[in-house]
Design a protein around this ligand. Structure first.
Ligand SMILES: Nc1ncnc2c1ncn2[C@@H]1O[C@H](COP(=O)(O)OP(=O)(O)OP(=O)(O)O)[C@@H](O)[C@H]1O
Ligand SMILES: [Mg+2]
Length: 252
C-alpha cells in the first residue's frame, strides 16, 4: 500500500510565558492511502496538534512530514496552502459555516476558488455530495435552520467538495448525541469505502472501534496502536471493549 502521510520524528513545542513545552515528542506515524485511522488519548495529549502538524497547518520544530511524496517544510506558503485546499479536507467539532449563505452556497464556497467559472459543475458536485450525506432537501436552507447533525453533514460535504485525498476530522462527532454521532460515523465509513483516507481524532471508543487502526497518545507521544481490521468479523461491542482496555491502560 502507498503511504499517503509519513511523519518522522516530529517535534512540536509551544512557548508560553517564556517557557517551552514539548507537545509532540519525537512522534513517527505513517498513514496509508485509503486507510481509516483514529487517534485517541487524554485531553492535552497532543491529538489536535498532531493533526495540525500532519496537515501542515502548523510548523514543526523537528522531524519531517511527507504528504503524498512532498516534504511539507520544503513547500512555500502558497504551495502549502494549495496542497491543503486541494488535497485535504477538514472537519471540526463545530463546522463554522457562514451564516449569510445557505447550505448549498456554503458547500460550494471552497471549490469556487479553484473552479472559477465552473459554478454549474460545483453545484452538480455539491448536490451529489448532499445526496450521499443525506441532506438533499436542505439546499436552500439557512444555516441557522438546521440541526447539529445536519450542520455537520454540510460541513463534511464542504470538506469533500474539492475531492481531497484525506479528511482530517478533529472530534467531528464531539458535539452530537450518540445517534447522530453514529450516523456521521456511518457516513465517514461510506466516504472511506469510496476511496478517501480518513484520520479521525475522537474521545468515543465506539467510534474509534469502527476504524481500521487506533493510535493512542499520551504526553505528546504515540504510546500504542491497535490494528482493528483483524477483528472485522467480530462485533462492535467486542472491538469497543478492546479500545477501552487500551485507554484504561493509559490511565484514562
Ligand atoms: N497554540 C498553543 N499555544 C500553547 N500551547 C498549546 C497551543 N495549542 C496547544 N497547546 C498545548 O499543547 C498540548 C496539546 O494540545 P492539543 O490541543 O493537541 O491536545 P488534545 O489531545 O487535542 O486535547 P483535547 O482532547 O482536549 O482536544 C496542551 O498542553 C495544550 O495546552
Ligand atoms: Mg484536541
Amino acid at each position: 500500500m502507498k503511504k499517503l502521510i509519513i511523519g518522522e520524528d516530529i517535534v512540536k513545542s509551544f512557548e508560553t510565558a517564556g517557557k517551552s513545552q514539548i507537545v509532540l515528542d519525537h512522534v513517527s506515524v505513517q498513514i496509508e492511502e485509503g486507510e481509516f485511522v483514529s487517534v485517541m488519548g487524554p485531553s492535552g495529549s497532543g491529538k489536535s496538534t498532531l493533526m495540525y502538524a500532519l496537515s501542515g497547518m502548523d510548523e514543526i520544530q523537528g522531524g519531517k512530514v511527507i504528504f503524498d511524496g512532498k516534504e511539507l517544510s520544503n513547500l512555500k506558503e502558497e504551495a502549502l496552502a494549495d496542497l491543503r485546499r486541494m488535497e485535504m479536507g477538514f472537519v471540526f467539532q463545530q463546522p463554522h459555516l457562514l451564516k449569510n449563505l445557505n447550505v448549498l452556497d456554503n458547500i460550494i464556497l471552497p471549490a469556487m476558488h479553484d473552479m472559477k467559472g465552473q459554478k454549474a459543475l460545483c453545484i452538480k458536485r455539491a448536490k451529489h455530495l448532499m445526496k450521499t450525506c443525506g441532506i438533499s432537501e436542505l439546499e436552500d436552507r439557512e444555516i441557522t435552520q438546521v440541526s447539529g447533525g445536519q450542520l455537520q453533514r454540510a460541513g463534511i460535504c464542504r470538506a469533500l467538495i474539492g475531492e481531497p485525498k484525506i479528511i482530517f476530522g478533529d472530534e467531528p462527532t464531539g458535539a452530537l448525541n450518540s445517534t447522530a454521532a453514529q450516523e456521521i460515523m456511518k457516513l465517514f465509513l461510506k466516504i472511506n469505502t469510496q476511496g478517501t483516507t480518513i484520520l479521525l481524532v475522537t474521545h468515543d471508543a465506539k467510534i474509534a472501534a469502527q476504524s481500521e487502526r487506533v493510535l493512542f497518545m499520551k504526553d505528546g507521544k504515540i504510546v500504542n496502536a491497535l490494528k482493528l481490521n483483524k477483528y472485522k468479523g467480530k462485533g462492535l461491542e467486542e472491538r469497543t471493549k478492546k479500545v477501552m482496555d487500551q485507554m484504561q491502560g493509559l490511565g484514562v
